[in-house]
Design a protein around this ligand. Structure first.
Ligand code: 5GP
Ligand code: MG
Ligand code: MG
Length: 183
């Protein structure tokens, strides 16, 4: 089976590969401009942000360093609990660093809001957030997200790093999963 045959499990493609590529290049241009005189440390949140990190970092023309964190925000359900556990911490010391958190999606915003204050407590020069996707609920939480790729409807999406039961991360687009997959 061709890897991209899994798009048959989607009811709708929300962002095509071409749209994602184009938007990431625009975000990279903004970031290049904003950090022109600063060294930025990109902090990717595993595993969903792997694709965004790979494409965004290569679209930047400035030197960057990258580090990774893994957190778990969901209890047993499918909604964020707000209780975040660090599964893998950063290797880097954040003291006086300009940190840019790279995320796949912001839904309730609870994970990122926790993560941002956690990183801010480590003495960085600045902490900003870049997310490829944002859902409508994210506006309810008071968190400043400086770079947003696309606003999407309140549906469960997969692809381009985002999974359902660890599958679909390798799709090159983002889409809504067909009900027959999980019913
Ligand atoms: P939040 O704390 O903002 O509600 O959720 C953050 C995390 O939940 C994201 O980083 C992502 O891992 C997961 N998540 C939220 N919405 C979706 C979605 O529509 N699809 C997938 N696959 N994961 C999601
Ligand atoms: Mg994520
Ligand atoms: Mg997941």
């Amino acid at each position: 089976m061709d890897a991209q045959d899994v798009t048959a499990d989607l009811t709708e493609v929300l962002c095509t590969k071409e749209e994602i590529d184009a938007r990431i290049k625009e975000l990279a241009a903004e970031i290049d401009r904003d950090y022109a005189d600063k060294d930025v440390l990109l902090v990717g949140v595993l595993k969903g942000a792997v694709m965004v990190m790979a494409d965004l970092s290569r679209a930047l023309s400035s030197h960057v360093t990258m580090d990774w964190m893994a957190v778990s925000s969901y209890g047993s359900g499918t909604k964020s609990s707000g209780v975040v556990r660090i599964l893998k911490d950063l290797d880097a010391d954040l003291m006086n660093r300009h940190v840019l958190i790279v995320e796949d999606i912001i839904d309730s915003g609870l994970t990122l809001s926790w993560l941002k204050s956690n990183l801010e407590s480590r003495g960085p020069a600045s902490v900003e957030i870049c997310t490829l996707l944002r859902k409508p609920d994210a506006v309810k939480v008071d968190i400043d997200v400086k770079y947003v790729g696309m606003d999407i409807p309140n549906k469960f999406v997969v692809g381009y790093g985002l999974d359902f039961a660890e599958k679909y991360r390798n799709l090159d687009c983002v889409g809504i999963l067909a009900p027959h997959v999980y019913e």
